[in-house]
Ligand binder design. Sequence first.
Ligand SMILES: Nc1ncnc2c1ncn2[C@@H]1O[C@H](COP(=O)(O)OP(=O)(O)OP(=O)(O)O)[C@@H](O)[C@H]1O
Ligand SMILES: [Mg+2]
Length: 429
Amino acid sequence: MKNGNSFENVKCKKIFSIMSDKKYERMLFRRRFCKRIIFMLVGFSLSFFGSIIMFGELKSPRILQLIELSRCPACYGVSVCPEIYSNQILLESEYSWTRMFNAKNIYYGFTKSNRKVVLKKLSHSWELKEFDSKLCQTWGLKKNCKPTDLLAVKGVDEKIKSLVAYNLSVPETKPRKGLVYCPYSYSIHSLLLPVFSAQQTDYRSDIINIWTMLSINPEPIIIQAIPKSKGWRVPAFGGVCGRVELVAYEGEPLSSLMHVAWSRKLKFAAEILSAAMDFTFKHDRFRFYLMDWSIDNIVANEIDQVTFIDLEDVIVVDKHISPKKNLPHWYKRYSRQINGSGFTFSISDMCKHHLSDHNLWAACYVLVGDENPLLYPMPKHVNVTRPDFAILLDQCLYGSDRFRTVPKLQTVVNDMLADERIVGFGGHR
Ligand SMILES: Nc1ncnc2c1ncn2[C@@H]1O[C@H](COP(=O)(O)OP(=O)(O)OP(=O)(O)O)[C@@H](O)[C@H]1O
Ligand SMILES: [Mg+2]
């Protein structure tokens, strides 16, 4: 019995040890599993909160939070607020994650009629914070002033004039952002007229809105001065509400269309050249010289129409002035003389002449310049069939009379777009 017992004991111990081995293994497995989960959770939380700390607060990007209406009249206006407040415009995804990764403050949405729109805060969040922190001081108000206190301030017209003015006698050395209105800033009111008539609120808040846009980003002013409805290649303007501008979605940036067929790029080229001529010649009173010709800032839609979507840095030259002594060369044309690589320009020269070829050169620089040239590489058969094309492009970049070269270039491009040997059957006309 004893023997039998001890045998059973041994058996029991073996079974027990097998069981505890299995338990131990399971325990180990569970522990490893838990460790992994904890590790993943910690990693996720770190990146989650890290991105919040880096890019913005922990708020859902609902449209009402974006517009910051409480900052008015230190905002862009209220023209499209009724539509936004009655849910006529919806963000692409109401609780989207993009806020945290959207340092540029660009949001996409749809109207009730299913038209795609872009909501632009027109500035990075840190720039807006900086602007707000200086607001009271700028207007000589008490430290903890409220935005509505701005409605009583004096000297807004003067502040606006000095914001857009360019010093003709001492050229500025640091890079200039925003709107420059020259040669004399006293006539800026003429450029602002379309904005006043569109706002339809009271003059005091309109003028503070205009000062705010000129201080942060003048894009809504430019888009209203040269509206898409009159054929300008700028986004259709939906309106402003608080610190948000609403514009139509006008297509994809050329920087993400570099892979498309060369014949399509040629169509874009025709549009870019026409836009350059329009910005220079189309307005009765002003010339608009664009300062940022990056291919991120030019978009094209599905029917190859091109739109200039970033109108933050623009020089507006008033053609209807009587030049004083400080403008001895006003009636002469200015041709870009800066040689050397890269996108460079002289605001001073543009402001001192009634006509400059800046836009024409910039357009050719987008097509065949040093940085991401749209038309390169050029197909071999194009070089063979249209050798004049390359010559004209070269004259546009380096020649002295772009006012003669660009119209010729436009004619050649239009001929090429109708030429089956170049664009394939059907042409583009
Ligand atoms: N009307 C529009 N239609 C289509 N896309 C748009 C439009 N407006 C803006 N975008 C998209 O948003 C991007 C950023 O817009 P925009 O250039 O105005 O902002 P930004 O903050 O000034 O950028 P950056 O200063 O870096 O040029 C554009 O490159 C484009 O892809
Ligand atoms: Mg841009």
